[in-house]
Design a protein around this ligand. Structure first.
Ligand code: TYM
Length: 333
């Protein structure tokens, strides 16, 4: 069976962008892959986090993984910092990655541009090698992510090919992963500025729907989503990015395709469309929220995470040992 790995940062509550771009794919993929779903808390500390809040968000994300339908009998669900191989492998990756490669990463350029050099952590620059480590430790064949992670996956593939060529003596020590971005919904846009990606760290709370937003808040945020003045529902991301983004969200939350939705709403205005979209989103998220709340402080959640960490360590430690041996670290084991 082939292997998938994916991770989400507990840097806030996931948005419907994270859900559509990544989490929703996990549910189907767990059926046909050996699956690892990680809560990447070490990634979250590349920017300042409040300790208690970080811990709460980590557990909440774990509860959400289960609440959306990930099955711990099929998939390994674990917290990154509880498997020390990630940080160790990341160091090896960093030492085999050039500064130039990291400085070219658009996410680093965007995030560091917002701040000054004194306040930007070195971890923000070396974050992609940690992501490379996450992926290679499980010899992952496929990585389901949203569009914004494409460049990090290219870096991973480059690293794997370089590492295998340099240290493999003709053997494929590490597996080259493929990226898996959903055809529709790989980049959900902000509700307030549809030219910008929806992000859980956006200061404007109206720009995103969090998976734990109350139903009344969800309906309100959709109602106030920025569209245009034409009032015609059609899919044209270039000229009508607002309504096109809402169509993508609607199709992702229901069994309707975008053309079917366009057809269905050809004689209605944005008001009716938004009202129905609000109901569609609430009807999916409400049961997830109820299950999340049952799980968040449960012993069940703790024991799933304990077991997940044990399973993940076994696999990750094996790959790490392979890497250490290949590059000559320590004594041969
Ligand atoms: P993060 O936490 O920013 O986002 C988690 C996942 O959600 C996707 N995503 C989106 N998809 C569609 N529309 C959006 N607006 C949107 N915003 C986010 C992301 O592409 C991602 O798939 N570096 C990663 C976490 C990570 C990881 C990994 C992922 C760490 N190690 C190994 C895969 C494999 C990140 O910051 O995701």
């Amino acid at each position: 069976m082939k292997t998938i790995f994916s991770g989400i940062q507990p840097s806030g509550t996931p948005t419907i962008g994270n859900y559509i771009g990544a989490m929703k794919q996990f549910i189907d993929l767990q059926e046909s892959y050996t699956s690892y779903f990680c809560i990447v808390d070490e990634h979250a500390i590349t920017v300042q986090q409040e300790p208690l809040k970080l811990r709460q968000q980590t557990k909440s994300l774990a509860a959400l993984y289960l609440a959306i339908g990930l099955n711990p009998k099929k998939a390994t669900i674990f917290i990154q910092s509880e498997v020390s191989a990630h940080a160790e492998a990341a160091w090896i990756v960093q030492c085999n990655t050039s500064l130039g490669e990291l400085e070219r990463m658009t996410q680093f350029k965007d995030k560091s541009a917002k701040d000054n050099r004194v306040r930007v952590s070195a971890g923000l620059l070396t974050y992609p090698p940690l992501m490379v480590a996450d992926i290679i430790l499980y010899q992952s064949d496929l990585v389901p992510v949203g569009d914004d992670q494409k460049q990090h996956l290219e870096l991973t593939r480059d690293f794997v090919s370089r590492f295998n060529n340099k240290y493999g003596n003709g053997n494929q020590l590490l597996t080259t992963p493929e990226v898996n971005i959903p055809e529709s919904g790989g980049r959900i846009m902000s509700l307030q500025d549809p030219l910008k990606k929806m992000s859980k760290s956006d200061e404007n709370k109206k720009s995103f729907i969090s998976m734990l937003d109350e139903p009344t808040v969800i309906r309100k945020k959709i109602k106030s989503a920025l569209t245009d003045s034409s009032g015609v529902i059609e899919y044209d991301p270039e000229n009508k990015p607002g309504i096109s983004n809402l169509l993508t969200i609607y199709a992702s939350f229901t069994d309707f395709s975008i053309p079917e939705l366009v057809d269905r709403y050809q004689n209605s205005g944005y008001g009716q469309f938004k009202e129905d979209l609000g109901e569609a989103v609430v009807s999916v998220l409400e049961p997830i929220q109820i299950r999340h709340n049952e799980l968040i402080d449960s012993e069940e959640l703790d024991s799933i995470l304990d077991e997940g960490a044990i399973k993940a360590r076994m696999v990750a430690d094996k790959t790490l040992l392979k890497m250490r041996n290949a590059i000559g670290l320590g004594r041969k084991r």
